[in-house]
Design a protein around this ligand. Structure first.
Ligand SMILES: [Zn+2]
Length: 414
């Protein structure tokens, strides 16, 4: 069954080549175009004057069409929002005071242990629905609010159920090494052992994770501990992504590159040394460590932004993601992230667009199937509300510029 989508004023993002440096600003598009879809995949595209034979025709009403967005870093499965802590912070409470009052990641962990898997699934499902309506058609979700064998597995089972419940591409990341539970405060190495020796084998046996992740920061997981976790995952063939350089020069980039991680995420604290290491990683066979900036966190916590502009000028293939989570980035829309990237990090709309599509797909090693409208990719695409949509998304702050979302060539109905 071939479906022909016609009357596309501009088809944007038609190649799946990763965009490095100045290429991030160069749009690959076709005006007055059609898109031919077969078995949920893109068979062809071209100019309207050359439309091919098909079994069905759907006119898109002279609208712009973009590839569905890729959110490569989220913590979408959580029990409850933490707006009380947000208000405490507005009134001047410090991170330590909030933690003392029972807040922070350990608060999320406590709440998560207290609710059932079914309830956790229902709450996450509602959030994923909203994300899709805002354009996200590929979504990575991490564990890390469990911090015990049972609770981490509960989270990852929820992600597995989300994969089955939605037509979009969802990838699961095991982040048992997110924070140290209270009882391990004085024996951190024992917790690392628990992650590697108890959590990992069970997660592997149930096929619950596609990647492993670790929070490598001063005061959290050291470079040595992070390396242990990554190598623990590698024993089972799990590729790694890491949280690094958020709170300082944590050595996260060094750990990521030397362990062939697919991405290093956060990067608020980087300089020439880190940028050069990342650049050099693309000369290696494993395909390089993608830098992922998370401007929602900087916005929400009032912290410095990652130097995305400089990274692009250095020639790096920058990625942007929401880091959607209840503590530091309750931002579920990649359109909002685009806006922050353009206004605060001085990216152009074209650069921000590539950072949430093809480059983000590279951070998940999925450029063959998502992140662009290249032939052979999944027919995951967005019909936009108005012309010049790449600039309208960051410009109209907080508005949704996506009219409708197609996943595997079918219109997504919530
Ligand atoms: Zn995160």
């Amino acid at each position: 069954m071939k479906t022909l989508f016609t009357d596309i004023s501009r088809l944007i993002g038609i190649s799946n080549a990763v965009k490095f440096g100045s290429a991030m600003n160069q749009l690959e598009s076709l005006e007055n175009a059609y898109l031919l879809v077969e078995n949920g995949c893109i068979l062809d595209f071209g100019k309207m004057e050359n439309t091919p034979e098909s079994d069905a025709i759907i006119s898109l009403g002279n609208r712009e069409v973009l590839p569905g967005f890729v959110d490569s870093h989220t913590h979408t499965v959580f029990a409850v929002p933490r707006e009380e802590e947000f208000v405490m912070r507005i009134k001047g409470a410090s991170y330590e005071e909030i933690a003392k009052a029972g807040g922070g990641i350990l608060n999320s962990a406590r709440k998560l242990r207290a609710i059932s898997e079914d309830e956790l699934f229902n709450r996450a499902k509602e959030r994923v629905q909203k994300m899709i309506l805002n354009g996200t058609t590929t979504l990575e979700i991490k564990s890390g609010y469990g911090l015990s064998v049972d609770a981490e597995i509960k989270m990852l089972r929820v992600v597995k159920r989300l994969k089955a419940a939605f037509p979009i591409t969802i990838r699961a990341t095991f982040l048992g090494a997110h924070a140290f539970p209270e009882i391990f405060k004085e024996r951190k190495d024992d917790y690392v052992e628990l992650v590697i020796k108890d959590m990992l084998p069970t997660i592997i046996a149930e096929e619950l994770a596609d990647h492993i992740d670790v929070f490598c920061e001063n005061g959290f997981f050291s470079q040595e501990q992070a390396t242990k976790v990554i190598q623990g995952g590698r024993k089972y063939g799990l590729p790694a992504k890491i949280h690094g350089n958020q709170l300082g020069y944590s050595g996260g980039v060094q750990v990521a590159v030397s362990n062939e991680c697919w991405s290093v995420d956060h990067l608020e604290f980087t300089r020439e040394e880190e940028w050069n290491l990342l650049l050099d990683s693309f000369k290696s066979d494993f395909g390089g460590t993608l830098p992922v900036a998370l401007p929602g966190v900087s916005y929400f916590l009032g912290l410095p932004y990652a130097e995305g502009r400089k990274m692009i000028e250095k020639g790096l293939p920058l990625v942007l993601a929401t880091d959607f989570n209840p503590g530091s980035s309750p931002v579920h829309s990649l359109q909002m992230v685009m806006s922050l990237a353009c206004t605060q990090m001085k990216l152009t709309p074209e650069e921000a667009f590539h950072a949430i599509t093809v480059n983000a797909a590279a951070a998940l090693r999925l450029t063959d199937s998502v992140g662009s409208l290249a032939k052979g990719c999944r027919a995951d695409f967005l019909v936009m509300k108005s012309e010049n949509s790449l600039a309208k998304m960051p410009y109209f702050v907080g508005q949704n510029q996506v009219e409708s979302v197609f996943v595997n060539g079918e219109k997504f109905i919530s």
